[in-house]
Write a protein that binds this ligand. Structure first.
Ligand SMILES: Nc1nc2c(c(=O)[nH]1)N[C@H]1C(S)=C(S)[C@@H](COP(=O)(O)OP(=O)(O)OC[C@H]3O[C@@H](n4cnc5c(N)ncnc54)[C@H](O)[C@@H]3O)O[C@H]1N2
Ligand code: MOO
Length: 482
């Protein structure tokens, strides 16, 4: 595995290394091969004028010019691209900031069964005392005064009407959660009482006044604030809200996302055949977006059809539009030109991250954004975590996760200039990098607990790296997959 390289080495090897790193764990200064120069045309004008990125320029140079000219042309093109591409940390911050520009989203009233994962937009104030009546904490007898006690025939169960008042020297069978009769002085647990041959009840140990009675209002009084605005609605919050008398809560609305899967080559069932492949993103993105707190209103398959894409995007009223594929400069990569025609404002056009560098973020209209995920499946995951996650998190008013780091179990080669996101499993206090982490591969991430953020130049064995949790591995609300 390569150690982080010097800047000079990096410049000499300024190319896409992710394909090489995908299969080879011991990446020993991979060579660039005869790759065409990375095209730099990300501007609307070049795309409009030229109908996409210039093809073939690199091949001409490779055939005609000498090596040094070729390298310098390539370097120029790639440096141009890098200047436009946003550094990875900034891209995440920009996505979070973009979500704040749409104005305040009006709070909504949401039934408890739909509220998991939302954030409270109004404090949860108790609508009742809790408990709302003096309650037995144990199964046994409600007793009045010192024993022994004469036991009443009728017992008291939970959920029943107010029981008759007890008189001194009386006891009555009582169940946990039942209302204690008026003038009860304690509850004697069933295991701490015995009956004599006359049927009188004796305590087998001391009984303190008030023992095993939960007095009304012990947890809260009506009107007490139980939870403040901004609290994440977890299963426990749902339970508390119900206990405190709520049928619904006032919350920040769940961001609505619509997914547009582009590409004529995609099959929705069966085996790949005749140049067609299975759509991996249609099944993957909706549950992942839900785990990020979004409601997925639709998944639409558009094919490589610019008009259909434009129509579909225009028709959507979702807060976040997500396209897959079509972000690069190929002849059927329609995302950039379509955004241009829609008058969208491009906020991020390429990110200095591998995989996924052609990802983009645009403001389509007030309160509506679009994240363009690259078609390569792991590149799409990278775009999801880099742009969609901060945007959705901010729209949903979720707090940013506490960043955390772990040392790597082994060195990970880096891209010369870009951040790498590498699937890892967490073993003890180490992050273990996984193979099969190429842009087109899901094999690594499907087995992963997290993605390691490997800085440009790579990381040494034992070096700590930031980790991005995957929703199913994180001990958070994400595991609930609302
Ligand atoms: N000349 C250049 N070509 C490419 C560049 C570049 O810089 N210059 N970047 C490469 C990188 S990096 C990526 S990532 C991809 C991005 O491509 P697009 O976003 O335009 O996506 P497509 O071309 O539509 O597809 C790419 C790849 O992914 C497959 N794909 C697409 N959708 C799905 C899906 N739903 N499920 C599974 N696989 C999917 C598609 O068949 C292609 O193989 O561009 C590179 N090219
Ligand atoms: O190859 Mo691409 O790095 O964005 O997946």
């Amino acid at each position: 595995m390569t150690a982080p390289r010097s800047r000079a080495d990096q410049d000499a090897e300024d190319f896409d290394v992710e394909e090489a790193l995908a299969l080879v764990k011991e990446a020993n200064g991979p060579s660039s091969g005869d790759r065409a120069p990375a095209p730099s045309a990300r501007s609307w004008d070049r795309r409009q004028a030229g109908g996409g990125r210039p093809l073939g320029r690199g091949f001409d140079q490779a055939g005609g010019g000498d090596g040094s000219e070729r390298r310098s042309a390539q370097e120029k093109a790639e440096h141009g691209e890098r200047h436009r591409a946003t550094p990875w940390p900034q891209a995440r911050a920009l996505a979070a900031r973009a979500a704040r520009t749409g104005g305040r989203r009006a709070p909504v009233t949401v039934p408890l069964h739909d509220a998991l994962g939302l954030v409270l937009a109004a404090p949860l104030n108790a609508l009742t005392d809790l408990p709302s009546f003096d309650t037995s904490a144990m199964d046994g007898w409600a007793v009045a005064g010192p024993g022994p006690w004469a036991v009443r025939e009728e017992g008291v169960l939970a959920g029943h009407a107010r029981p008759e008042r007890l008189h001194d020297g009386e006891a009555v069978r009582i169940a946990t959660g039942a209302r204690v009769p008026a003038d009860t002085t304690a509850v004697l647990r069933s295991e701490h009482g015995r009956s004599d041959d006359k049927g009188r009840l004796h305590a087998t140990r001391d009984v303190a006044h008030g023992q095993d009675i939960r007095p009304r209002g012990q947890e809260c009084r009506s009107g007490d604030q139980l939870l403040p605005v901004g609290t994440l609605v977890t299963p426990a919050v749902l339970g508390l809200a119900a206990a405190a008398g709520y049928d619904s809560v006032t919350a920040v609305p769940r961001p609505r996302a619509e997914v547009f899967v582009l590409g004529d080559e995609l099959l929705t069932e069966g085996l790949p055949r005749e140049g067609l492949i299975r759509d991996a993103l249609g099944p993957m993105l909706p549950p992942w977006l839900r785990a990020m707190g979004a409601e997925v209103v639709a998944v639409r398959r558009i094919g490589d059809d610019a008009r259909a894409l434009r129509r579909a995007l225009t028709a959507s009223d979702a807060d976040l539009l997500i396209t897959t594929g079509g972000t690069a400069g190929g002849p059927v990569d329609h995302v950039h030109p379509t955004l241009h025609r829609l008058g969208a404002e491009l906020l991020v056009d390429g990110v200095q991250v591998r995989p996924g560098h052609p990802m983009l973020l645009a403001r389509v209209k007030d309160g509506q954004h679009l994240v363009g995920l690259p078609g390569n499946p792991l590149a799409a995951v990278s775009g999801l975590l880099t742009l969609a996650e901060p945007l959705l998190r901010t729209l949903a008013a979720h707090p940013a996760p506490e960043p955390y780091e772990l040392p790597l179990s082994e060195a990970v080669a880096g891209h010369p200039h870009d951040t790498r996101l590498v699937p890892v499993v967490l073993r003890g206090d180490r992050a273990v990098p996984l193979h099969y982490n190429g842009p087109a591969m899901l094999r690594g991430v499907a087995a992963a607990d997290a993605l390691a953020v490997v800085p440009p130049g790579g990381s040494e064995q034992g070096q700590t790296v930031e980790l991005l949790d995957l929703p199913w591995a994180a001990a958070g609300i994400g595991v609930c997959f609302t």
